[in-house]
Ligand binder design. Structure first.
Ligand code: B12
Length: 487
């Protein structure tokens, strides 16, 4: 980099995670402000990050992550920095990170400055202060803020009583079932899905959010404050999208399946065939334990499947990201970071659109339980359809490991070209996987915080020890395992 550098920052998406669009945006913004960014990319091990920071005498380290398992990896990096006696500022960012998590889990294990950064626009003032004269004040203010955040977190924990799991189960949704048999049972793949069919399904609102332009599409294009920026961005995006589709820069591939299924306790058993005698696989679901009062169901996803007789569930995995990395690298090599990020953001939109398009095809034709459905893209975005497609990691099933069962059943790597990392992230990044439930009363919900009784039961059902369950479920525990263990 020409000119005087304001400081060197090593940035990386942590081990097991593949998402880097947010980190890339932050990197570009910091570079524009005179900082040297040494971007190590995605799935970077702790050793590599710390070795690189030492090698180039970095002034700070920035970690990014999209999914909750990355939070633990960030705690690990911080504890390694402590063990090695480092004192470099540690910046934490990414969709799944938060001020609370940074204050409660990361800052306590590292004595050096540890700061959570919400978004790219906050990154510059934070880094300016941290690497300039205001460092001591920023560090002291942040420590005070995190002390307060920790206090309110621990105080809040006790105020949220949970129902015993047996009681929550009693209050589960008791639905009536009129199952519809899917048009086929087993697995079907959709290799090389036509990209042009996905365009109409794109939800543009999150696309603008990626660029910190807040507002709903299409109204955002006419917004008094951000309208002009939104229009320029949208014009660039549509131009690139046309080219991406026409020249097939990326390949979209998907795979879906349907099986006979029944709920057994809070699990969903998939049967090998219609005799429903031999188990093929099992999904494990988690139940809401907040006290919602009588008459309001404490949902678990298994409630949407019949316990006896005929019923079915489906699963899917789709990607619009095969080739995405090459496209981004091509633009980066041409020093065009803007187009690299734009292309990644478009692939993310296409992946979500693919999940939406496939779900519509499933409802109307492949499962066919809503054959006469006619919904616009707006209706789809507003989730006006019957049935749901919850994804492991989203609030109705916060356990990412359930993806492994989907991947095994659907033979996802071979049939759709998507792989799972050790943290259960999917690569290519622009991928979505989940389950299909057809029940007309099936709805999206958040499991919320769960108590130790359910965690122990879940561990048992999954064949895990308690510590493993507490690790995978750590973002939704209503208790702190370390505090309870200490009595
Ligand atoms: C777009 C999106 C997607 C896209 C793209 C994801 C991708 N390419 O990796 C698609 C549709 C493909 C997707 C898929 C999935 N997603 Co998603 N997704 C989102 C969404 C809506 C926005 C994320 C985003 O791209 N934001 C825009 C970018 C620019 O922002 P950002 O990454 O947060 O970065 C900004 C800041 O965080 C910060 N920052 C980021 N990094 C760094 C680093 C440093 C050092 C600093 C200082 C700052 C900083 O600055 C950035 C710029 O402002 C979020 C919800 C949300 N509102 O955050 C869920 C969310 C991230 N997804 C989630 C999940 C679960 C998934 C899936 C696992 C679901 C599934 N089973 O299919 C998959 C996983 C994908 C994978 N590859 O493994 C969860 C993750 C939490 C969790 N429980 O683990 C979220 C939070 C939704 C939720 N509420 O549950 N997803």
């Amino acid at each position: 980099m020409a000119g005087k550098s304001n400081g060197k920052i090593v940035m990386a998406t942590v081990k097991g995670d593949v998402h880097d669009i947010g980190k890339n945006i932050v990197g570009v913004v910091l570079q524009c402000n005179g900082y040297e960014i040494d971007d190590l990319g995605v799935m970077v091990s702790c050793d590599k990050i710390l070795a690189r920071a030492k090698e180039i005498s970095a002034d700070a380290i920035g970690l990014s992550g999209l999914i909750t398992p990355s939070l633990d990896e960030m705690v690990f990096v911080a504890s390694e920095m402590q063990r090695l006696g480092m004192n470099l500022p540690l910046l934490i960012g990414g969709a799944t990170t938060s001020r609370t998590h940074t204050a409660v889990k990361i800052a306590p294990v590292y004595a050096g400055p540890t700061i959570y950064v919400t978004d790219a626009s906050r990154a510059v003032p934070v880094v300016q202060k941290l690497l300039g004269h205001e460092r001591d004040k920023l560090v002291a203010d942040t420590r005070a803020e995190y002390d307060a955040a920790r206090e309110s977190y621990f105080a809040g924990q006790d105020r949220r009583p949970r129902l015993p799991i047996a009681k929550a189960r009693e209050r589960g949704a008791k639905l009536e079932f009129k199952p519809v048999k899917p048009s086929f049972l087993g697995v079907r793949d959709f290799k090389n899905f036509p990209l042009e069919e996905l365009v109409a399904y794109i939800d543009w609102t999150p696309f603008f959010a990626s660029w910190e332009l807040v507002g709903r599409y299409p109204a955002i294009l006419e917004d008094e404050i951000v309208g002009e920026a939104a229009r320029n961005l949208y014009r660039d995006a549509r131009t690139m999208l046309d080219q991406l589709v026409a020249e097939k820069w990326v390949t979209a591939s998907g795979v879906i399946g349907f099986w006979p299924a029944n709920a057994v306790g809070d699990d969903i058993v998939l049967w090998q065939d219609q005799t429903r005698s031999a188990e093929l696989a099992r999904f494990h679901t988690l139940r809401q334990q907040m006290d919602k009062g009588e008459g309001k169901p404490n949902y678990a996803l298994c409630d949407f499947v019949a316990t006896k007789g005929e019923d079915y569930v489906g699963a899917f995995a789709v990607t619009a990201g095969i080739g995405e990395e090459d496209v981004a690298i091509r633009f980066k090599h041409a020093n065009d970071d803007y187009s690299a990020i734009l292309a990644q953001a478009l692939c993310d939109r296409l992946a979500e659109a693919f999940a939406e398009a496939m779900h519509a095809k499933v409802r109307r034709e492949l499962w066919g339980y809503a054959a006469d459905e006619t919904l616009s893209t707006d209706d789809l975005i507003a989730e006006q359809y019957k049935g749901i497609r919850p994804a492991p990691g989203y609030p109705a099933q916060p356990d990412h490991t359930e993806k492994q069962t989907i991947f095994d059943l659907l033979e996802v790597p071979a049939r759709a070209g998507i792989n799972l990392t050790e943290s259960m992230a999917m690569t290519p990044p622009s991928s979505v996987s989940g389950l299909y439930f057809a029940h007309p009363q099936a709805e999206y919900f958040g499991v919320g915080r769960i108590d130790r009784d359910q965690v122990a039961d879940y561990a048992n059902r999954k064949g895990w020890d308690l510590a493993t369950a507490e690790r995978w479920l750590s973002p939704i525990l209503s208790y702190d395992p370390l505090l309870k263990a200490a009595g």
